[in-house]
Design a protein around this ligand. Sequence first.
Ligand code: HSE
Length: 428
Amino acid sequence: MREVKLGIAGLGTVAQGVFALIQRNGALIRQRSGVSLRVVRVASRSAKPEIDLQGATFSTAVSDLLQDPEVDVILELMGGQDTALELIRSALAANKPIVTANKAVLTAHGNELTAGQGAHLLRFEASVAGAIPIIQGIGGGLAANRLNSLAGIINGTCNYIFGEMEANQTPFDEVLAEAQRLGYAEADPSFDIDGIDAAHKLTILLALGFTGQYDLSTVFVEGIRHITVADIQFAKELGYRIKHLGIILNSDAGVEARAHCALVPNDALLAHVNGVLNAVQINSDGAGETLFSGPGAGGEATASAVLSDVIALAQQGSQKNAREAAEAVTTAPTLIPMSQVSSANYLRIPTLDRPGVFAQVTQALSEFAISIDAAIQHEASSSQPVVDIVLLTDSVLEETMNAALQRLQSLDIVAADIVRLRVAPAAL
Ligand code: HSE
């Protein structure tokens, strides 16, 4: 039996989830893993007397966690960038194990933190998809496989917003306000709805499973602000649901990584992941298709991932850290720029209700050799002088589609901004 004494930075929902899980499941964790957990110190900007610290000492200085010789493992659960980074760096320099849920710090400094001194003492299961053991899944459970593709719903707020827009035809802004009220959205909701949160998580998955390098600039990112209830309904009519996906495809040509809205066929597993749930689907050469699904946020759900790291550290032998493991199976892959990625596309083109409009649209697309797979145009009404032409294109190179979109947008029969969504890759 080994007792592990924890020092926690931060006293928010995840830290409170850690206290709750240890209190409720401490005996179970001991039985299952041989590790006994106790929080001995908490450091946070302000005290919260209403929280039972289970006998831990409280102070407002994060550095106290490093100086207290009793602390075996530090949990960095405060978020933010600078102080968190400094704490992680100092802990590793002092050979003190540290667990973090901080995806922003990992995205920006992962190369340094996972390669230098003490790198094997850093774990970050909670940084991607909350409770889902995706990092241990890639580094452990699927370690014997070459990963062919990964597609994930990795931002619960976006998924919740689309679900509510679909179920109740509620406009985007209203649903976002509700998501913020319910506490799903990031402190700055633009992180969620502009795709930044998903891009951070995808950067971590890309490094771990595919490239060994943390580099946000290699991930193409688009958010969800441009999606309307009309798009969700048209997609449904065509047999799809709209999801915000993180996508990585690994082919002989190289690796492409992108986080954007995608049309997912109704019969795909990811089409049925609803509400704030997250899910990551991985196709690998040995294991085939695997799907990891569960809560992507929340106090106890995230604490579950944090404590799994603590237990792993306590049991750790000579196992490689995640980056070394990724590098060992990856030989400097070529990264495919977004301009060279191919997708089928959904286009909603708001047009004036005039004769010859459809012909002008199809003519413009044919100039770029883009072929149309499906089309919808509903009857115009007298109260609605603008009519949507909705098209599904065949697979087309991104740079060609962008040039065609510019051309379409410049037609004088196009009455407002065209909405363009990529269809999820057929491989998923
Ligand atoms: N804001 C994030 C989401 C939560 O909506 O998924 C945790 O990363």
